[in-house]
Design a binder for this molecule. Structure first.
Ligand code: ADP
Ligand code: MG
Length: 230
């Protein structure tokens, strides 16, 4: 499971890097195309076949590079847009099942209160990654024994998911940083969990928030737009 999570996180980071890089490469490429066009025009004016030929070669090759970049950008795009109607109770139950062995080892009790019939549009696999990441973080916030409370309910036109723990809490001094990629306070942490969580929640047009008190615990709250009844 951890390997699978890491894979998703890596994929997300590669996607982000690819998107950023592609964007940065596109600007100089546009400039190269424009200069190549100028070279070609100058060649036409001077009736210089070599110059025309060179201009065309530069143009064609920069177009090829642009095609490659566009393909990379497409690959980096999340695929959540192939949306499905997702039963959040089901996804949460599966996420909890995945997390139970790790929690049991630490003597952590998972308490759940999940309303039926709460549906959103999105990608069940990605939403599962969100919940597993949050549950694992909750479990990792406890040295030994404790509680995790997980709830799902509807509020107006939104689904509200809460994941609360009785762990060590998040100090005020790092509250602004926890969603940053690579931010971690753990010896073997990747610091990617919450940045991936946030990205997936945003891609589902949702919101994520948290409240935490040092020494008492933490609660993450996710709000997602409900799927409309047809
Ligand atoms: P990682 O778990 O690899 O450290 P995350 O992005 O999942 O990376 O979390 C970033 C940091 O946020 C953690 O290192 C920890 O300091 C803090 N954090 C996240 N969830 C909790 C939680 N439930 N309780 C206490 N601290 C948390
Ligand atoms: Mg984590």
């Amino acid at each position: 499971l951890e390997a699978q999570l890491l894979q998703t996180e890596k994929h997300a980071v590669i996607g982000k890097l690819a998107a950023g890089l592609s964007h940065d490469i596109k600007n100089p490429l546009t400039a190269i195309s424009a200069y190549a066009f100028t070279v070609k025009k100058r060649g036409e004016k001077l009736k210089d076949k070599t110059l025309i030929n060179l201009g065309e070669k530069i143009e064609n090759n920069s177009r090829r590079a642009e095609d490659i970049i566009n393909k990379l950008l497409n690959y980096a795009k999340p695929s959540y847009y192939k949306e499905k109607k997702v039963d959040l109770r089901e996804v949460l139950n599966t996420s909890i099942d995945f997390s139970i062995p790790a929690s049991k080892r630490k003597n952590i009790k998972i308490n759940k209160r999940l309303e039926k019939g709460v549906f959103v549009y999105g990608d069940p696999g990605s939403l599962q990654q969100v919940f597993i990441n949050l549950i694992i973080n909750a479990a990792e916030a406890m040295n030994y024994s404790g509680n995790i409370w997980i709830s799902l309910r509807k509020n107006g036109n939104r689904a509200v998911i809460k994941i609360r723990d009785s762990g060590e809490g998040i100090p005020d001094s790092i509250k602004d940083e926890i969603f940053d990629p690579f931010f971690t306070t753990k010896e073997k942490g990747t610091g990617l969990g919450l940045s991936v969580v946030k990205r997936i929640v945003n891609d589902h047009r949702g919101e994520i928030d948290f409240e935490s008190k040092e020494g008492e615990g933490t609660e993450f709250i996710i709000k997602l737009p409900l799927a409309e009844d047809e």
